[in-house]
Write a protein that binds this ligand. Structure first.
Ligand SMILES: Cc1cc2nc3c(=O)[nH]c(=O)nc-3n(C[C@H](O)[C@H](O)[C@H](O)COP(=O)(O)OP(=O)(O)OC[C@H]3O[C@@H](n4cnc5c(N)ncnc54)[C@H](O)[C@@H]3O)c2cc1C
Length: 365
C-alpha cells in the first residue's frame, strides 16, 4: 500500500497523539503510525502538572479527557516510618498534579483528531525504515501492518516513538545516555475506599518509595532500587522487601498480601535519561522521549512530551506554508525547547541526589 501525506508521525503516545490532533486541526494532511493496537501500550507516566493542564485546556481537550475520567491529587506527603514529615497542599490550583490514565488521554485526543478528514491513524503498524530523496532529505517511512508493507511519502517525518526511538536510530542521530544509579520496580494495588488522592514519598532503606493514587481506585507503587539489582533482589525474601511499605501503611497490609504475592507482580523499569545530539534533520524532527528521555523523577516526562507537541505544531504549520522543511528551519523547535529540557534533566539529577534532605528533620545528615 502506498500513502501520501504532509506529516507522518511515528508513535501514537502522548507526544504523537497530541501533535497529530494539532496538525489535523490546522487542515494539514497527517498520518499517525502506532505499532500497538492503541489500548495495550506499555505502562507509562500518567501524572500531569498545571502547565500541561493549561495546554490541554487551550486546545479544548481537557474537558474531553475529564469526561472519560481523571483524578486530582490533593496533597504530596513525605513519610518516614509511620511519621509524616512534610505535607504539600495546593496553593493556586485545586490539585498538586492530575492522574490521567493514558487510555483516556489517547482516546480523547484521537477521537477529536478523527473528526478531521485530513487525519489518519494507523494502528498495529510498525515503522521499520526511513525513506530519503536523492538529496538525502527525509521524505517518508516504510512500515509493516499485519505483515503487509506500507510506504508513506511525507514532506516531514516526526519521530515520537519513545525512549528506544527507531526513527532516531534510522536517521543516524546519536544520543548521550546517562544512568541515574537506580531502576524502578512498579506494582499496582487497589486503593482502600477512604484513600485520599495523593502522592506519598517514603524514605525506605535509603531509597525513594512512591505511592501514586490513580483514577479508578488504584495505587501505583514505585520502589527505587539500586541500578541493575533486580535479578539479585528477586532471589531474596519478598517479605523483607515489602516490610517498609507495610510499616508506613499498615492499612494496606491485606490488599498488598492479596495483590503482591511474588516477584512476578513487579515490572522493572530500566531508568536512564538521554539527549539526542540533534532534534532535527532535513525533513525530520524528533520530540518527546525520542529526543530526550526523562527519568520518572518528579513525573515530568509526559509533560515534556506534551509541551513539545504544543510548541512544534505551529512551527511545522509555518514551515509547510513557507515550503521550507530544511534542518535549519526545523531546528527552531530545538532552539525553543532544548534549554528548558536540559534544565529539567538537571533538576531530575538534583532531586534524586537531594531526596533524603526532605527527611532531615527525622533522619539527620
Ligand atoms: C514505566 C515508566 C513510568 C513513568 N512514569 C512517569 C510519570 O509518572 N510521569 C511522567 O510525566 N512521566 C513518566 N514517565 C515518562 C513518560 O511516560 C514519558 O516521558 C512519556 O510517555 C513520553 O511520551 P512520548 O509520546 O514521547 O513517548 P511514549 O509514551 O513512549 O510513546 C511512544 C509511542 O511510540 C510507539 N512506537 C515505538 N516504536 C514504534 C515504531 N517503530 N513504529 C510505530 N510506533 C512505535 C510506542 O508503541 C508508543 O505508543 C515514565 C516512563 C516509564 C517508562
Amino acid at each position: 500500500m502506498n500513502l501520501q501525506t504532509d506529516v507522518c508521525i511515528v508513535g501514537g503516545g502522548p507526544a504523537g497523539a497530541l501533535l497529530g490532533y494539532l496538525l489535523a486541526e490546522k487542515g494539514i494532511e497527517t498520518i499517525v503510525v502506532e505499532r500497538t493496537s492503541g489500548t495495550e501500550r506499555e505502562f507509562r507516566g500518567e501524572h500531569i502538572n498545571a502547565e500541561t493542564e493549561a495546554i490541554l485546556k487551550e486546545h479544548h481537550l481537557f474537558d474531553k479527557i475529564e469526561a472519560l475520567g481523571l483524578l486530582k491529587m490533593k496533597k504530596v506527603e513525605y513519610i518516614y516510618g509511620s511519621h509524616i514529615v512534610k505535607t504539600i497542599t495546593p496553593t493556586q490550583d485545586d490539585h498538586v498534579g492530575i492522574h490521567i490514565p493514558q487510555p483516556h488521554f489517547l482516546t480523547a485526543v484521537s477521537n477529536e483528531a478523527a473528526r478531521f478528514p485530513n487525519y489518519r491513524l494507523l494502528l498495529n503498524t510498525s515503522v521499520t525504515g526511513l525513506v530519503q530523496d536523492e538529496n538525502g532529505n527525509f521524505s517518508g517511512v516504510r512500515a509493516k501492518q499485519h505483515g503487509q508493507e506500507i510506504n508513506i511519502s511525507s514532506s516531514i517525518v516526526v519521530g515520537t516513538d519513545g525512549r528506544f526511538s527507531t526513527v532516531r536510530k534510522l536517521a543516524g542521530i546519536s544520543a548521550t545516555e546517562e544512568t541515574h544509579g537506580y531502576d524502578v520496580l512498579w506494582a499496582k494495588i487497589p486503593a482502600p475506599a477512604d484513600w485520599e488522592p495523593s502522592t506519598k514519598m517514603v524514605l525506605a532503606n535509603g531509597h525513594q518509595l512512591a505511592l501514586f493514587t490513580q483514577t479508578g481506585g488504584m495505587i501505583q507503587i514505585g520502589w527505587n532500587i539500586e541500578k541493575g539489582t533486580f535479578n539479585t533482589l528477586r532471589k531474596q525474601s519478598l517479605e523483607v522487601f515489602l516490610q517498609p511499605l507495610l510499616t508506613s501503611f499498615p492499612e494496606l497490609e491485606t490488599i498488598v498480601r492479596q495483590h503482591i504475592q511474588s516477584w512476578k507482580n513487579f515490572v522493572c523499569l530500566n531508568v536512564f535519561s538521554s539527549n539526542a545530539d540533534t532534534w532535527a534533520e532535513n525533513g525530520l524532527v524528533i520530540i518527546g522521549d525520542a529526543a530526550h528521555t526523562m527519568t520518572p523523577t518528579a513525573a515530568i516526562g509526559i509533560n515534556c512530551a506534551i509541551k513539545d507537541a504544543h510548541v512544534l505544531a505551529p512551527i511545522l504549520e509555518q514551515a509547510l506554508l513557507d515550503g521550507d522543511i530544511s534542518k535549519s528551519r526545523l531546528k527552531e523547535f530545538e532552539i525553543g525547547r532544548r534549554t528548558e529540557i536540559e534544565q529539567q534533566q538537571e533538576m531530575q539529577f538534583q532531586k534524586e541526589e537531594s531526596f533524603k534532605d526532605n527527611f532531615l528533620e527525622v533522619v539527620g545528615r
